[in-house]
Structure formats: structure tokens, C-alpha cells
Design a protein around this ligand. Structure first.
Ligand code: PLP
Length: 405
């Protein structure tokens, strides 16, 4: 089979393939064990022990206690719930601190909170995507209800210093939430070693299905439910248990925990080869974000003189899935809010692409990308550089390798 007949999937920060072991573990909960765990009879309530096992598997991934895990429907719900809980349990506090580069799940929710009378401070980032914790100290006020800072950025993979940020918040008596949706399963997380109050995880980023997530809530953290109903999750999240998905997330978390070191090393080696290959083969290109302080699987690069959307279309024709951080708003392409917060010129940010690897990627995938991408960029540059774009010798993005023509 030629490569173009198959999908070369390089967009694992968007979603991941459900592991076959996960599918297998979930199946009996659709076909045989489909009862309601909250029921009074054994056919339903015997499933409680399976839910308990899944809760323990997810807790183990981050070294939490099982009772500190609340199952949710996704990472977005986990993030929104953390904000909601911090505000509702501290009604006298109406200020939130977060960063300019968070996922839309936090940015959009913060914007909504502003309309409801809350104040939100969005911390800026450095050109390499890192954060100055001194600014965090300055931003915290007596009425700050919550600081929320992502563990790893979904576009650049840049890691924030969560242990230090959480310690600052603890010393000031402020709740601290981290969106670890991209970090869980890719970096070591030990909630016993941090002062993190709440932490979000999403199943579909670690080879479980879409539609299941978890929120870690540290013991004794004030918490009130976002979704109320039948008293499930010890009154902390209403709604009938999504048993098959929770079971799937448990198995995926166990696999991620068990294979963390081995998979991370393999994926990092592949990613580094891919990134070096791209920057070497394509002139006037550069990496966005810190080289070292980032996820092992993520590579964000920009190319002078091309629109990422055009590159993505041609890659798609060749069977390659990747993404850009751009968003289509009111009919025009807006550059990524993450890259513009890092100070990248909008024209360059529009030429940025993200390639994110997963446990199923192979050397063959990387070879195919390295063979396919350079002619696509050359072809698009022939058109654009002749017309609207000033040719330049080199470009620079904060903290990245500069590759000149
Ligand atoms: N947070 C981050 C950093 C993400 O990358 C995503 C998804 O891309 C989310 C939150 C939202 O997770 P979900 O898709 O499970 O709602």
C-alpha cells in the first residue's frame, strides 16, 4: 500500500487513536454489563467495583488517592468545573488569574465570567512561551479565588513550572488549578509532591475515547458541583455513570503509566528527528517555543511566506494530518492566540504548523512527512513570494533555532 492511501496521523494533540486494549476492555460494558451502577440490584450495582478499579487506575497516573478523582465528560468540563467551584465556594472572591496561552476551554470561560462581573488577569508569556512567575506573584490579590495555569501548552508543547506556581499560590492561600490535559501520560505528574488543588485530564488525549475526562480535587479543597443531579461521584458530579468510557479511561491511564518512560523516550527521539529534518530541509523556517522545556511529542514550526491552511490542504491530499493554531473567525483566518502572545508577527504565525506524535507513530511516518512537506512549501512559496511577500533571509521566533536561507 502506498503511503498516500493510508492516513499518516501527526495530530495527536487534537485527539489520539483509541488503543485496541481499551476497546477490548470497554466492549463487555456495552454488550453484557450494561446496567446502571446506582441501581439497587446486583446486575447494576456490581459494576461499582469496576468503576472503583478505573478510578484507582486514573489516580495512579498522577499519584492521587482514588477519592480525589471525579469523572467528567471531557477536559473542557473539568476546567470549567474547577473555575466554577473556586468561585462558588468563595463568594467574596471575584478575581481569577490565568494566562494568555490557555486552551479555549479556559479563555472562553474566563471571558464569560468577565461578563458576569468577575475580573480576570491574563498573564503574558515570554517569546519562548515560558512564564515569569514573578508576574504571578504580583497578580495575586486578596480577592483572588483561583489561579489556573496549564501544565503543557497544546500548540507549542511548552511546559509551565507548575510545582513552583502551585507553591506560590499555596503560600498566599489561593486555590491553584492546572489544565494537565496535554501533560497527563506524557510527563511525570505527582500530585503528592505539589500544592495543586485541582487538575484536569481528558481521556481522548491518552488513547481512551472522546467524551470522558477527570478532575482531580485534592482532599480538603472546597468543591461544589457544577452539574447537580442524582448524587453520583459522592455528590460532586451528577449524571448516570458512563461506565464503558470510564472503564476505557482507566485502562488507558494504566497503559500510559506503565509505559511512560519507554514511550516518551521513543516519541521524543522520533519528534527530534522530524523537527531537525524539517528545519534542515526547509529554508527560512523556525521552531516556535522552548527547545527543552516542552512535551516530548510536540513540534510547532513556522515557514516564511506560506499560509498554514494551504499547507494543511496539500498535506491532507497526501494523507497527512496535522494542524495549525489558527482559527477561522468572521470569515478570515486569525493567527494563533498562543503564538501572537509569544510575540510572533501575525504574518509568520499564519504560517505555523503543529505536528504532534503519539505512541502509534513510526519512523516511516516521519520519513513520509520529510519527503512530502518540503516540495509543498516550495510550491506554495513560488506563488506567494512572487506576489505579496517580501523575501527574507532568516526568521526568528523566541527561543527557537533560526534557520536562514
Ligand atoms: N485543555 C487542553 C490543553 C487541550 O488541549 C484540550 C483539547 O484539545 C482541552 C483542554 C479540552 O479537552 P476536551 O477536548 O476533552 O474537552
Amino acid at each position: 500500500m502506498s503511503q498516500s492511501e493510508k492516513t499518516c496521523y501527526l495530530d495527536n494533540n487534537a485527539t489520539t487513536r483509541v488503543a485496541p486494549e481499551v476497546v477490548e476492555a470497554m466492549m463487555p460494558y456495552f454488550t453484557e454489563n450494561w446496567g446502571n451502577p446506582s441501581a439497587a440490584y446486583g446486575f447494576g450495582n456490581r459494576l461499582t467495583k469496576d468503576l472503583d478499579a478505573a478510578r484507582e487506575q486514573v489516580a495512579t497516573l498522577i499519584n492521587a488517592e482514588p477519592r480525589e478523582i471525579i469523572f467528567t465528560s471531557c477536559g473542557t468540563e473539568s476546567n470549567n468545573s474547577a473555575f466554577h467551584a473556586a468561585l462558588i465556594t468563595q463568594p467574596e472572591k471575584r478575581h481569577i488569574v490565568t494566562t494568555k496561552v490557555e486552551h479555549a476551554a479556559n479563555i472562553a470561560y474566563s471571558e464569560q465570567l468577565k461578563k458576569q462581573g468577575c475580573e480576570v488577569t491574563f498573564l503574558p508569556v515570554e517569546p519562548d512561551g515560558s512564564i515569569d512567575l514573578h508576574l504571578l506573584e504580583l497578580a495575586i490579590r486578596p480577592d483572588t479565588a483561583l489561579v489556573s495555569m496549564m501544565w503543557a501548552n497544546n500548540e507549542t508543547g511548552v511546559l509551565f513550572p507548575i510545582y513552583e506556581a502551585a507553591a506560590i499560590c499555596r503560600s498566599k492561600g489561593v486555590l491553584f488549578h492546572t489544565d494537565a490535559v496535554q501533560a497527563a501520560g506524557k510527563v511525570d505528574i505527582d500530585v503528592k509532591l505539589t500544592e495543586v488543588s485541582m487538575l484536569s485530564i481528558s481521556g481522548h488525549k491518552l488513547n481512551a475515547p472522546k467524551g470522558v475526562g477527570a478532575l482531580f480535587v485534592k482532599r480538603r479543597t472546597p468543591y461544589e458541583s457544577f452539574i447537580t443531579g442524582g448524587g453520583q461521584e459522592r455528590g460532586r458530579r451528577g449524571g448516570t455513570y458512563n461506565v464503558p468510557y470510564i472503564i476505557g479511561m482507566g485502562i488507558a491511564a494504566e497503559m500510559a503509566h506503565f509505559h511512560l518512560t519507554r514511550d516518551v523516550h521513543r516519541v521524543r527521539t522520533l519528534r527530534d528527528r522530524m523537527e531537525e529534518g524539517i528545519l534542515k530541509r526547509i529554508k527560512v523556517s523556525c521552531r516556535n517555543g522552548s527547545h527543552d522545556l516542552r512535551l516530548p511529542n510536540t513540534c510547532n514550526v513556522c515557514f516564511h511566506g506560506v499560509e498554514a491552511e494551504a499547507v494543511l490542504m496539500l498535506l491532507d491530499k497526501a494523507g497527512i494530518c496535522a494542524s495549525s493554531g489558527s482559527a477561522c473567525k468572521t470569515g478570515s483566518i486569525e493567527p494563533s492566540h498562543v503564538l501572537t502572545a509569544m510575540g510572533l508577527r501575525p504574518s509568520l504565525a499564519r504560517g505555523a504548523l503543529r505536528f504532534s506524535l503519539g505512541v502509534y507513530n513510526t519512523e516511516e511516518d516521519v520519513d513520509y512527512l520529510l519527503e512530502t512537506l518540503p516540495p509543498i512549501i516550495d510550491k506554495l512559496r513560488e506563488v506567494t513570494l512572487e506576489t505579496d511577500v517580501e523575501p527574507i533571509e532568516s526568521i526568528e521566533s523566541g527561543g527557537s533555532t533560526v534557520v536562514s536561507a
